[in-house]
Design a protein around this ligand. Structure first.
Ligand code: SF4
Ligand code: SF4
Length: 437
């Protein structure tokens, strides 16, 4: 099948050293810390209090808000704290801490009864599923686009274009049948006629397996795409597979598409079969400071320090700890922070690798412009944000920036453009909230 070449993009080293590392299951951690918001949308209210006992799969946080997803206990044990904690950013998030009792006693787990689209959407919400590829958007919301959106294409994101991360790749190898089953559930209950699985051509064995598994399924097509970062960004993938562009400020559904992560659909298949909600996650643990890099199945809420310990610990004092990939991941300030639903990698980089390069003056070479997949002018946005000329930023469509970091990667002057962009976006959001108040 033909594909469309995305504009811009960069070629960082793949560093996929864990690609042959079969998933290993980590045992019980000493505690789990489960934030009441691990998704884009409204936070959940805790349904337990300190001293309560909980079972595996029990709903411990929920809300009536549509754009949200419940959270479940990943261990059986005793609630030791319900309190606000800093997880990422500067705003505290209400968290439930549970000390495992070692029994892993199950709550009343039963497969959902699904006989209609409504049942299906209800089940997806109840499963606690939010995008497992990193963005963390509640999946039942994605699957329920506005009535006037004419969605005709389901896109399964198996691109995994970020360096180091191989967790989706392992899903493709280790659970091919589950992926296809999950796609068929989504197509059946949403009425979408066609699905594409978009995967980069640096994973030939996974491409072959998926093609074999879909040979007799004319409504599911596997498309091998060139390896270029950020091929796996939602808007890029839609363009690469359909040639459609998502208009600025609009959603994939406005271009007739729904995009789901490959591990998300495989999870859905298992949930429909077993009723086991989202309590665990495969994550890639890698980086030059990690003793034994691995792909690990981890219970949600496990402190990241214990995951690194499971991988033999750190060889040296890391220069940088990252949750996610090196391009779009978030720097971690503590080993106590928990693994979240959308954590797909934990990286520990050596002092040398983790060092932030010294910014020098922009030489107006234009490389950032050529690298930008969103047709933006990163050098101008960087200049205006650094000069606090926030009012000017809308003219440069700053809100269209997907924060992929391609401009930073391409920049010979090592300008910290993404930081400027985040600063600028934040200033504009605050100004808009002030106007509305
Ligand atoms: S790549 Fe860097 S140096 Fe070149 S124009 Fe962009 S910001 Fe300036
Ligand atoms: S400006 Fe934004 S979208 Fe463009 S390359 Fe930089 S980070 Fe990516």
């Amino acid at each position: 099948m033909k594909f469309f070449r995305i504009k811009g993009g960069v070629h960082p080293s793949h560093h996929k050293s864990t690609k042959d590392a079969t998933t290993v299951v980590m045992g019980l951690p000493s505690k789990v810390v489960i934030p009441m918001v691990q998704h884009l949308g409204a936070p959940c209210q805790p349904l337990v209090k300190k001293g309560d006992t909980v079972k595996v799969g029990q709903v411990i946080g929920n809300t009536d808000a549509f754009v949200s997803a419940p959270v479940h206990a990943s261990v059986s044990g005793t609630v030791t704290a319900v309190e606000p904690r800093i997880i990422s950013g500067s705003r505290p998030i209400l968290c439930v801490e549970i000390k495992p009792d070692g029994l892993q006693e199950l709550d009343a787990i039963e497969p959902p009864v699904v006989t209609s689209k409504e049942d299906f959407l209800k089940a997806v919400r109840a499963s606690g599923l939010t995008g497992l590829g990193g963005a963390g958007f509640p999946t039942h919301v994605k699957l329920n686009p506005p009535k006037d959106a004419k969605v005709d294409t389901l896109i399964i994101n198996a691109a995994e274009c970020e360096p180091y991360i191989t967790s989706d790749y392992r899903e493709c190898l280790e659970n091919t049948a589950g992926i296809i089953e999950g796609i068929e559930h989504v197509l059946k209950w949403t009425g979408i006629p066609k699905a594409f699985i978009g995967i980069e051509d640096n994973k030939p064995d996974a491409v072959e397996l998926l093609k074999k598994a879909t040979m007799s399924k004319p409504n599911i097509e596997v498309v091998s795409l060139p390896s270029i970062y950020p091929q796996g960004a939602e808007k890029m993938l839609i363009y690469a597979l359909t040639g459609r562009q998502v208009p600025p400020g609009k959603l994939p559904a406005d271009a007739g598409c729904i995009v789901l992560n490959v591990t998300s659909v495989a999870f859905l298949a298992n949930y429909i079969k077993t009723g086991m909600p989202l309590i665990k996650k495969r994550i890639t643990v890698d980086g030059s400071a990690v003793k034994y890099p691995k792909n690990v199945e981890v219970l949600i809420g496990t402190p990241v320090g214990e995951v690194f310990e499971f991988c033999g610990g750190l060889k040296e004092e890391p220069g940088k700890l990252i949750m996610g990939g090196p391009m779009m991941g978030v720097a971690l300030y503590s080993l106590e922070l928990p693994v979240l639903k959308n954590t797909n990698a934990l990286l520990a980089l050596s002092e040398q690798e983790g060092k932030l390069p010294q910014e020098t003056a922009c030489i107006r070479c234009g490389r950032c412009v050529r690298a930008c997949p969103m047709n933006l002018l990163p050098l101008e946005i960087d200049r205006l944000a650094k000069a606090s000329q926030f009012d000017e930023l809308n003219k440069y469509n700053i809100m269209d920036c997907i924060e992929c970091g391609s401009c930073v990667f391409a920049c010979p002057a090592k300008r910290l453009i993404v930081q400027s962009i985040r600063l600028g976006k934040d200033a504009l959001r605050r100004a808009s909230a002030k106007k509305q108040a």
